[in-house]
Design a protein around this ligand. Structure first.
Ligand code: HEM
Length: 463
């Protein structure tokens, strides 16, 4: 539990004075459980870490994570202005997470602004998350169709068996296609935008330019939807709070892109890896038809958002063994909290139903608002995989799968599998070739689609 302090005593070390443990090392990437355990053994439930050159407290304890996340007394804030190191220029100009904290969206907001944005989000997402709504049912059908299209493309030209990277060829493009449709981008922009989204999320050399183009197209889309609303998230958000500026909405839609594109894609590939890799209890829950529970289990065992964005102390407070000063950032590691004996002690590993008390979707005032949507997309994606393939086998031993290094994500870089189709290969059928993510009735498909060409280029027979 946290305890308020009148002020850090003279013997209490400050965050800056401590020899912080670098995060995102090879050990962290390859063996996170060992990394967390070493920190826990050395420091207890809260440890000083170096987040790519910036000191922060890493919360490893389940109780401490819960305590911060469930704060309703304003003891913690997400607002960047409460971070002295940010305001007085101690955060390096080239800090790789600057853009993530600089996008002044709901994820880094608090108080009245956050209440207002959350209300708009709840209304904006309702048509997709409330199954009594036609839009939610249509989306489910669409996700299934996109999944089939991607499976067709990855197995095209095969004789029914082959090799595929289910991360790059399936789990990543699928939610991007959904996103493209949900935001309601103009048909002729969709394909280029998907590629830009991909570039922005990979944070490579082209990311900044790609992000700039995305902002421009998103702002234009918002303006167009103000004049002519459609049945899409953009129009629903505008309708929910017409007073939100185009700039504000742009930031929220960029947040949606990362939540859908990156985190949902991660959950799909993590779930596929867990089921194909053959964890006994995960396979068992799938064969029992409990797909949603399988997804829930994977989210708990390997949270896509491994670390939740900073909170800043509003008053001196004791957390774990340390005195946290006003403005100190804490980084909550959901992945570590789920390995805390306080949490695992209550779990029965053989149980078919798992704990819903996990923190993969966070909890409290800032809990995830798109949980049902992400779970639905993932459930359909995994269901189609096991429908369309009669056999799927990891092409690498599970402990050699490559993980992508990211401060927030725990995501597979690739998921190589050997597959066997359950039906005839798609050769005889009309190949998928149009702009991905557009409604089925989008009319004649453009002959050359950048994303499909890219995806076809990933096929082993094309290399
Ligand atoms: C597997 C996919 C997803 C995971 C693991 C996930 C997880 C999370 C977590 C842990 C948070 C809390 C972040 C924090 O407190 O700093 C969060 C917040 C949020 N999520 Fe998700 N999310 C996912 C998908 C989605 C989707 C698809 C949407 C909607 C398009 C969405 C919308 C949001 C929003 C709007 C917030 C901000 C809530 C706030 O700060 O008040 N999420 N999500």
């Amino acid at each position: 539990m946290t305890m308020h302090l009148a002020g850090a005593g003279p013997t209490e070390p400050s965050l800056e004075s401590m020899a912080a443990e670098p995060m995102f090392t090879r050990e962290y990437e390859a063996r996170p459980a060992e990394f967390y355990q070493r920190l826990r053994d050395t420091y207890g439930p809260v440890a000083p870490v170096d987040v790519l050159g910036v000191p922060a407290w890493l919360v490893l304890g389940y109780t401490q994570a819960l305590d911060v996340l469930q704060d309703r007394q304003g003891r913690w804030t997400k607002h960047i202005s409460s971070w002295p190191a940010w305001s007085d220029g101690r955060v390096p100009a080239d800090w790789p997470l600057r853009h993530a904290f600089g996008n002044d969206c709901l994820l880094v907001s608090d108080g009245r602004k956050a209440d207002r944005l959350r209300s708009a989000w709840i209304l904006g997402l309702r048509p997709y998350q409330d199954r009594t709504h036609r839009q939610a049912r249509e989306l489910e059908n669409t996700v299934g169709r996109y999944a089939d299209e991607l499976i067709d493309v990855l197995s095209e030209g095969s004789s029914g068996t082959g090799w595929a990277d289910l991360s790059a060829q399936y789990a990543r493009p699928l939610p991007l296609m959904v996103l493209n449709r949900m935001i309601g981008f103009a048909d002729d922009r969709g394909d280029d935008l998907l590629m830009d989204l991909w570039r922005a999320m990979d944070a490579g050399p082209e990311a900044v330019e790609a992000m700039g183009r995305m902002y421009t197209v998103t702002a234009e889309t918002i303006e167009a939807k103000r004049k002519t609303p459609g049945e899409d998230l953009t129009s629903y958000l505008i309708g929910a709070d017409p007073g939100l500026s185009t700039e504000d909405l742009c930031k929220e839609l960029i947040l949606a892109m990362s939540m859908l594109g990156d985190f949902t894609g991660t959950l799909i590939s993590n779930t596929a890896a867990a089921v194909i890799g053959g964890d006994h209890s995960t396979r068992e829950s799938l064969s029992a038809g409990m797909l949603q529970e399988t997804v829930n289990r994977v989210a708990m065992a390997n949270p896509p958002m491994a670390n939740i964005s900073f909170r800043f102390a509003q008053a001196p407070v004791r957390l774990g063994r340390f005195a946290i000063s006003v403005g100190d950032p804490v980084f909550i590691s959901v992945a570590a909290a789920h390995m805390d004996p306080v949490f695992t002690g209550h779990m029965n590993p053989d149980s078919i139903t798992s704990s819903r008390a996990h923190l993969a979707w966070s909890t409290g005032l800032h809990g995830c608002l798109g949980r049902d949507l992400a779970t639905t997309i993932t459930t359909i994606a995994i269901g189609r995989l096991f429908e369309r393939f009669s056999a799927l086998k990891l092409a690498l031993p599970a402990d050699q799968l490559p993980w992508r290094s990211s401060p927030f994500l725990r995501s597979l870089r690739s998921l190589p599998v050997e597959y066997e189709l359950s039906g005839p290969p798609p050769g005889a059928r009309q190949p998928a070739g149009g702009a991905p993510g557009q409604p089925a009735n989008a009319g004649a498909q453009p002959p050359r689609s950048r994303m499909w060409r890219f995806l076809r280029g990933l096929r082993k027979d094309a290399q």
